[in-house]
Design a binder for this molecule. Structure first.
Ligand code: SAM
Length: 261
């Protein structure tokens, strides 16, 4: 079982700390307080993971056994790299025999055994470069991609869903038979068409909310287990990669009516 988060101060830091009122905005102060008092943040530090997100993957894996025996893994939206750390470990990946490819448009500090691409996954060249890096079909495709926040919740939501969809089609194009696909999604956000496509291609499709995912967050994970293998003409339907990213409707808002002038 995944160990429960530490409750005390084994990192040398006590929980329940307050940040002094000062020049910080109240919302920033609340964010910092939540972060430094988060037991998963402290446990990530203690166990050498780059992010608390590690525990979401570990928790899901503990229950659903998706990493066991994986020879190659692709990690989409990988920075700062805690999922890649786990992926490198389970695949015994080394710099001379690289089994993990990670992509993020943010810069990522090097990780032993992980081929890092600093690139937008939506770029046309991304899929082939990821595959080339590991020299064969992955057994697992992971996606923790979340679109950068614009401040417009609906747009952020749609953009993250678009990333999830593109990742799902990529998984179906590249996975080895029997492989698994895990991706970040939102509560109530997975499109019926996407779910149907996954159900046709995998033995089992489920939504998961790990305990380490903040309860107040609408984040969920979509897990598709047991890839049935590619069949001729399977993905002839529209590939979401060819569609444009959902736009921020505010970019088209008109402030005032020109006819009034
Ligand atoms: C929640 S973080 C991932 C955390 C990571 N799983 C870990 O364990 O460290 C989401 C990441 O997705 C990346 N991302 C979002 N859209 C992307 C895109 N189109 N291409 C590549 N990376 C993307 C962001 O830059 C961000 O670093």
């Amino acid at each position: 079982m995944t160990k429960p988060p530490i409750a005390g101060n084994r990192t040398g830091r006590k929980l329940g700390q307050k940040v002094k009122k000062g020049k910080l905005k109240a919302s920033s102060r609340r964010w910092i307080e939540r972060h430094i008092n988060d037991p998963y943040v402290q446990r990530a530090k203690l166990e050498g993971y780059r992010a608390r997100a590690a525990f979401k993957l570990l928790e899901i894996d503990e229950k659903h056994q998706i990493l066991k025996g994986a020879r190659r893994i692709i990690d989409l939206g990988a920075a700062p790299g805690s999922w890649s750390q786990i992926a490198a470990k389970v695949t015994d990946s080394t710099d001379t025999d690289v089994r993990v490819a990670a992509i993020d448009f943010l810069e990522m500090v090097q990780l032993p055994g992980v081929h890092i691409l600093q690139l937008d996954f939506l770029e046309d060249e991304a899929p082939q470069r990821l595959l080339d890096a590991i020299g064969g079909a992955p057994d697992v495709v992971l996606s923790d991609m979340a679109a950068p926040t614009t401040g417009h919740q609906k747009t952020d939501h749609l953009r993250t869903m678009h990333l999830c969809e593109v990742a799902a089609y990529f998984a179906v194009e590249v996975l080895a038979e029997g492989g698994h696909f895990l991706a970040k999604t939102f509560q109530g956000g997975t499109e019926r068409d996407l779910l149907n496509m996954l159900k046709r291609n995998f033995q089992q499709v489920l939504h998961i909310k790990p305990a380490s995912s903040r309860q107040e967050s609408v984040e969920m994970f979509l897990l598709a287990k047991g890839f049935k293998g590619r069949r001729e003409g399977d993905l002839a339907e529209e590939n979401p990669r060819d569609q444009v990213q959902p736009e921020d409707p505010r970019e088209h808002e008109t402030y005032g009516n020109e006819d009034d002038e």
